[in-house]
Design a protein around this ligand. Structure first.
Ligand SMILES: C[S@@+](CC[C@H](N)C(=O)[O-])C[C@H]1O[C@@H](n2cnc3c(N)ncnc32)[C@H](O)[C@@H]1O
Length: 277
């Protein structure tokens, strides 16, 4: 583990809290976590030994999806619920494929802002914005978003484990539609979501139950439910599948039963909407 880079932040009682983005950084071999995050990560691993694999698989998925999108000519990315842009993440992958790529990361968590800005320092056409992505207009009209993304051209909205934090009572379908409805034709939506995995749920419950962090209740969803977020959109092959089965590449980490991995993803193209046809 490296020296914590500005995080973690003590709460108003002076207690240092573990943080989900920094815990993920630990599992991704990053250096933006501290002992508190590592200890929490290890507790979660006791419940769900495969959770670090899921996080790595998700990160590999983002690389494949971003690579695919650049091949389709999409070089603008709005990553909602980005967490820390640590490791080989969207801006590195996209600009390696096309140096003109433009990336905005959005996360609700102000405690990861300093680290995130450090991680993207020096990257051109890349921004990190602290915002609640449920405020769709607030995100799209944010000056740092409009300074980087040209919203008149197609862009990709990435929701990698974001809807996990949006319970059905908060209308996650409406949230997805609110973004899709304003995307120019030829844009894309990429979404991935933990499925109903008892060990993943136990891991989250430990995080929440110990009351170390403010952590919203999580919603795990079935493959069919994840598919329903794409209703009316043109899903790219192979459709909504377990993450390791989405356009796997030769260097990917191998797992014994990829079809049993309860973490689902899909990527869809936004076509001409009925009202503009
Ligand atoms: C499970 S992490 C996923 C991080 C990242 N997408 C990845 O794949 O590594 C979910 C992230 O969503 C953020 N988040 C949760 N609710 C949010 C909201 N309403 N608006 C913006 N970000 C949110 C959390 O702070 C957290 O960093």
């Amino acid at each position: 583990m490296g020296v914590p880079q500005g995080a973690p932040k003590p709460d108003n009682l002076g207690v240092v809290l573990p943080n989900i983005a920094r815990i993920r950084d630990y599992w991704l071999d990053g250096d933006h976590h501290d002992d508190t995050d590592r200890e929490m990560a290890q507790r979660i691993e006791l419940c769900g030994p495969h959770v670090p694999y899921l996080v790595r698989a998700q990160r590999a998925l983002v690389r494949r999806q971003v690579g695919f999108l650049v091949e389709q000519g999409v070089t603008q990315f709005l990553d909602l619920g980005s967490g820390l842009p640590t490791g080989d993440y969207v801006h590195q992958v996209a600009t390696a494929a096309d140096p003109a790529s433009r990336v905005v990361y959005v996360d609700i968590d102000p405690s990861i802002e300093a680290d995130s800005l450090e991680l993207i320092a020096g990257a051109e056409n890349t921004a990190f914005v602290v915002a609640d992505c449920r405020d769709v207009r607030g995100v799209l009209d944010h000056p740092d978003v409009s300074a980087v993304l040209d919203s008149s051209r197609p862009f990709a909205v990435l929701m990698t484990e974001l809807l996990l934090h949006v319970p059905d009572g908060e209308d996650p379908d409406g949230l997805v539609s609110s973004y899709v409805d304003v995307l120019p034709e030829g844009s894309y939506l990429a979404l991935s979501h933990f499925g109903e995995d008892a060990q993943v749920l136990s891991g989250f419950q430990i995080f929440e139950g110990l009351r170390f962090g403010q952590f919203p209740a999580v919603s795990l969803r079935s493959r069919e439910r994840v598919e329903s977020f794409f209703t009316g959109l043109d899903l790219v092959e192979p459709g909504v599948v377990p993450v390791p089965l989405w356009r796997p590449e030769p260097g990917d980490e191998v797992v014994r039963n990829p079809s049993e991995v309860r973490m689902y993803t899909g990527l869809a193209r936004v076509g001409r909407r009925a009202d503009t046809a």
